[in-house]
Every structure is written in C-alpha cells, then in structure tokens.
Write a protein of this length. Sequence first.
Length: 272
Amino acid sequence: MLKVALAALVLAGTTLAPGPVSAAPPDGTIEAPATGLGSRPPAWLGTRELPRTDSGVGEVRPTPPALRHRRWTLPDTVPMLRGRGYRAKVVSPAPARVVARSTWKEGCPVAPGDLAWVRVKFWGFDHRAHTGELLVHSRAADGIAEVFGALFRQRFPQEQVVIVRSYDPDEPPTGDGNATGAFVCRPTTGASYFSQHAYGLAIDLNTFQNPYLKGDVVLPELASAYLRRDRVRPGMVVEAGPVIDAFARIGWEWGGDWSSAKDYQHFSENGR
C-alpha cells in the first residue's frame, strides 16, 4: 500500500501548472532566465510544518504547484568573486571563523584543519552568475573547484551554494528545502555511522530537484514530483547532463546509481 500511495503522489505531481514555462533542455541546464510560476519562492516557503511518520521523517505530501517546476535563485550569502567568467578561490585550511559557522563540533570525524573553504561562481536560474561557498576536505578542494567550473560553463543552474550552518534531526520538517552543500557533521541517512558529508567528501546538489528515495521515504518530503526523472527540468541531475561527467572526472560517484536507494542529489569520493 505504501508503494502504491507513493506512486500516486509522483503521478499527481507530474502535471506542470499552465503558464509561461519554456521548454527545458533535456540535460538539466537552462537557456534563458526563468519566468512564470515557480520562478519566485512562495511566501510560505519553509514555514509549513509536516507531521512526522513512525520513521521520524516528515509525511510525504504532493508537490505544490509552485514547486513542481522550481527555478529561482536565492540571494548570495558571500560577496561576488571578481572577474569575468568562472572563478573559484580555495583557502586551506579553512579559517576558524568559517568553520565556526558550520556544523563542526568536537567528536566529528575530521579535524577543522583538514577542511578547506571553497568559494565558487555558479549559474543561477535567473541566467546570471552568482557566488557561493562550501566546506570540503582539503584533499578534494581543487577537484571540487574544477567541477563547479564545468557546471558554470555548461549553464547548469543552482538555487544556492552554501555552508550548512546547522543539523538538527529533531527540527520540524517542512519538506521544501533546496541547496547545494558539502560538509555536514551527521550520520548517514537511516544509519548510525558517519556520512561522507561528515568528512567533507560528499556534495548534495539541488536537493529538491534531486531528491532521496528509499522505500516510502522521500527527502525533501514535498519533492515527489521530481522522482519522475524522465520529465527533465532545469537543475536536475540526469544521465544526459553535465553533472555526472564533471564529478566522474575527479573520481566521484553518483547516488543515483545506487540499488538499495536512489540519492539523486548525492556525489561522494567513495561512492557511499
């Protein structure tokens, strides 16, 4: 019954709302500034708490119309890197003030001195350059800067690229979050051992357009419309797109290839 109910949610979210929505390239990139429904965040974003299921995550709900073709970019959190075209800046080790606004704490499996601060330009859904920041393991920093250069040049859009500032599994779920981030000191989803994110050796990219699926669990919980991977919209990681190849060039693997779960947002050095 759970699988049937989830399938119904996916199908319910696949009909895009009418309006001036231009056809998207079949590779998840974008060719023009986003317009129409879904090009601006709704006023209620992040405020509607979902009831929890017995497994502790939020209840999966149909994707709201404003999120079925999600394509806005939020304001940058760091100053724009100067220069035309793609730019990146790596600071290793990351400054203490930067680590202090991350999820690092005593007991994390990586030392602060092993983390690098990576600022990158990225392409937004508004068809403009933006600047974001990541914390990654220092040995992966240069490769990650190369990956984001490839995505920038291919015009692969992202909503925001940020350092994750908090991790609280007991925080009320809203199911509508979306970001690209790397270091998070947390366990693997559904397990007790540390995630590769806790080592700075994994990146989740556009988490709403590329949700996690295992059994009846969908994360984010309102992103079930994006489980239809054949209906390609900007920001989606797909086989025909530039993202998988860009990460493969530095030896990182994609969670969309997993068999026991599908983690379409996830890339990691060791494939887990």
